[in-house]
Ligand binder design. Structure first.
Ligand code: ADP
Length: 403
């Protein structure tokens, strides 16, 4: 079965085509600057050189049409015909409280995703455009949706509610949802596999540290708590996002700096985090390079970043009354040796002991970086959200045809 995985942003579309037998990626690529006369298409089919083109693409429909042309083209393609695509899996950021798992797309599902636009005005509308474009271009092909929030729907009330008037939850569904769920789900399952014990028997903290960053407490095989909240702004310090802060800073800054609500929101989402403290970059590679050259602001940014994550890991260990495994993933988590070292060095009291040599190895496979004596297994597990979307889609389509 061949499954096309799509991740639609407001002006972008990323895709991967999977052959589910052997879970091989047959082709992948992205379209950027959708909505302009100079959209950029990058496409790579297994074993062929990368193709790049610039052309007018006024909407997501045109982008999906072009992707299908490229996949079936005699030169760049890997499919004989459009009909070879058996199903499409879409990433949708916000599933609210309505979606606790991935599901096949129906009219009711689309209606519900539209109802959730309010909660994710930047993310859910483009995902809907992607779904509509896929339906228009691939009629009669089953479509599935996989939500970033779904994995965290197992959080109990004491972790997902904010201590503010209940009426705000009842009226507007203001609560903590958490994000990166597909990644936390994928890496926690893989870590348990690597350890060789059932996930449900392990108390685990998973750290997805990329440009956006979140960690999750996995208890009894389920998400018990996670650092992002109503929106992906809460929690850890990130590339350009502040993460946790005193909410009184918002009105205070508005008054002192004469800023609007929109300006403060932009400050916290786009001009804070590593970028704000280092004064130079939101990119961990540049921060660590600058730090090694003696840049004090970069060092301060790095120290704050690792300190805040350490606090979360400690808090989650307390929340679960212990921790058996700590997992790092995403751009920084998978690649930055100094970052992992700095986080783990301060956590020896929990029984975390890093093996310097194992930590220094780079690989695309899940691996241990803790010493044999470490009471807590520390692992790097490369995330693969697209593969999980493909697997969920495959399962849903198979179940449907068996029903
Ligand atoms: P996104 O949230 O956009 O998916 P990624 O998971 O790709 O982000 O992570 C991007 C981050 O990963 C950047 O801060 C980048 O500096 C960092 N990163 C990527 N490769 C390395 C590396 N070799 N060493 C340190 N940091 C890295």
């Amino acid at each position: 079965m061949k499954i096309l995985v799509m991740n639609a942003g407001s002006s972008s579309l990323k895709y991967q085509l999977y052959e589910m037998t052997g879970e091989a990626v047959l082709a992948h690529g992205r379209v950027e600057r959708i909505g302009s006369d100079s959209a950029i298409v990058t496409h790579e089919a297994a074993g062929r050189p990368e193709l790049r083109e610039v052309k007018e693409m006024l909407d997501h429909n045109a982008a999906v049409k072009r992707v299908i042309e490229l996949l079936t083209d005699s030169g760049s393609g890997v499919l004989g015909a459009m009909g070879d695509i058996d199903a499409v899996g879409h990433r949708v950021v916000h599933g609210g409280e309505s979606f606790k798992a991935s599901t096949l797309v129906t009219n009711e599902v689309k209606q519900e995703i539209r109802r959730l636009f309010d909660l994710a005005p930047l993310h859910n509308p483009p995902a809907m455009m992607g779904i509509a474009a896929a339906e228009a271009n691939l009629p009669n092909v089953p479509q599935a949706v996989v939500f970033d929030t779904a994995f965290h729907q197992t959080m109990p009330m004491e972790t997902f509610l904010y201590p503010i008037p209940m009426v705000l939850y009842k009226r507007h569904k203001i609560r903590r949802y958490g994000f990166h769920g597909t990644s936390h789900d994928y890496v926690s399952a893989h870590a348990a596999e690597k350890i060789g014990k059932p996930l449900a028997s392990l108390k685990m903290v998973t750290c997805h540290i990329g440009n956006g960053a979140s960690c999750a407490a996995i208890l009894d095989g389920k998400s018990y708590d996670t650092s992002m909240g109503l929106t992906p702004l809460e929690g850890l310090m990130m590339g350009t996002r502040s993460g946790d802060l005193d909410p009184a800073i918002v009105p205070f800054t508005m008054a002192r700096e004469e800023l609007t609500l929109g300006e403060v929101s932009s400050m916290l989402n786009k001009h804070s985090g590593l970028q704000a403290i280092s004064g130079t970059s939101s990119d961990m590679r540049e921060i660590t390079d600058a730090m090694q050259e003696g840049d004090k602001q970069a060092k301060l940014a790095f120290d704050m970043y690792t300190y805040r994550l350490r606090k979360y890991i400690g808090a989650y260990a307390a929340a679960m009354n212990g921790i058996d495994a700590l997992v790092f993933t995403a751009g920084v988590g998978e690649n930055s040796i100094v970052f992992r070292k700095a986080v783990c060095e301060g956590l020896t009291f929990l029984g975390i002991e890093l093996d310097e040599r194992r930590n220094a190895v780079r690989s695309k496979e899940a691996r241990y970086i803790s010493s044999d004596a470490s009471r807590v297994a520390v692992l790097v597990v490369p995330t693969n959200e697209e593969l999980l979307i493909a697997r969920d889609t495959y399962r849903l389509v198979n179940n449907r045809s068996q029903a």
